[in-house]
Write a protein that binds this ligand. Structure first.
Ligand code: GTP
Ligand code: MG
Length: 248
């Protein structure tokens, strides 16, 4: 299976080199796409430098900080254009431990979307404060209850999608950026009737560098769920029976 690991970066200079080494040590056959938003700390230039010595590494440069959601959409389009069989979402800050990559690669053989879940047996968020656990846990229960998404961790950002899924969820109408982006994609994948599987992951806090996320994204996710419940969000055209893919 030809796979692409998409890693959006904004000021991840210190994480980049060790991350690439670790990812390739667990998934040596995969390619990596860095989507860098003109990071002031030179992450994009470092990625260019490394890509000269490793053909598995590709780099996409965007003009400025355009948000995580659009970075992933750009990466997914790259995966579709270059005919990768599957594409990963992964953060650059080691929160998404590369040691789980082999588990994902095994699970995607019998699924359309694999989500690394913190909220199934074996998953955990050991560094998190009680408050952060509450916000994330309650947000997930809320989204699951409101939208009937068959997933315990629909805000998780460590994922692997089959290309057929990305081709069928109408990427051009996705508007969310933060946690809402993950909820929106899980909802679209579910609505299209694809098979979603969760595998447990232990989510660690970023090693170095600063978080770019804010409280605004919690609100964005909440309002997405409420709008989706009342049918006020764009959705892809349902797949016809003849378009549906067979898994397994
Ligand atoms: N290209 C691009 N990457 C981004 C942008 N915002 C964040 N990122 C990257 O997206 C990933 C997730 O961002 P983080 O800042 O770690 O957000 P988070 O994981 O919710 O927050 P922490 O838990 O504090 O780490 C990291 O690899 C960031 O470098 C953006 O606007 N553009
Ligand atoms: Mg992070």
């Amino acid at each position: 299976m030809k796979t692409l690991i998409i890693i959006p970066t904004y000021n991840e200079y210190e994480n980049l080199r060790p991350l690439l080494d670790t990812v390739f040590s667990y998934a040596s056959q995969s390619d990596i796409l860095i989507v860098d938003d003109n990071s002031p700390d030179g992450t994009g230039q470092l990625a260019d430098e490394i890509s000269k010595t490793d053909p598995r590494l590709h780099v996409m440069h965007r003009a400025g900080k355009l948000g995580l959601g659009t970075a992933y959409v750009a990466g997914f389009k790259y995966a579709i254009e270059h005919l990768y069989d599957a594409a990963f979402e992964m953060d650059a800050d080691f929160s998404h431990d590369p040691r789980y990559l082999p588990d994902f690669l095994k699970a995607i053989e019998n699924a359309d979307l694999v989500i690394g879940s913190r909220y199934i047996p074996g998953g955990d968020t050991p560094n998190w404060s009680f408050a952060r656990r509450c916000i994330s846990g309650c947000g997930n229960v809320f989204a699951r209850f409101m939208l009937h998404i068959p997933v315990h961790d629909c805000t998780a950002g460590y994922r692997c999608y089959r290309r057929e899924v990305l081709e069928n969820i109408d990427l051009d109408t996705v508007q969310s950026q933060g946690y809402a982006f993950q909820v929106e994609l899980a909802y679209r994948v579910m609505r299209q009737g694809f098979k979603i599987v969760e595998i447990p992951i232990i989510f660690m806090d970023r090693r170095v560098g600063k978080s770019k996320m804010s409280r605004k994204i919690v609100f964005e996710a909440f309002t997405y769920v409420v709008r989706a419940k009342s049918g006020k969000v764009p959705l892809p055209v349902p797949r016809t029976q003849s378009q549906s893919i067979k898994v397994g």
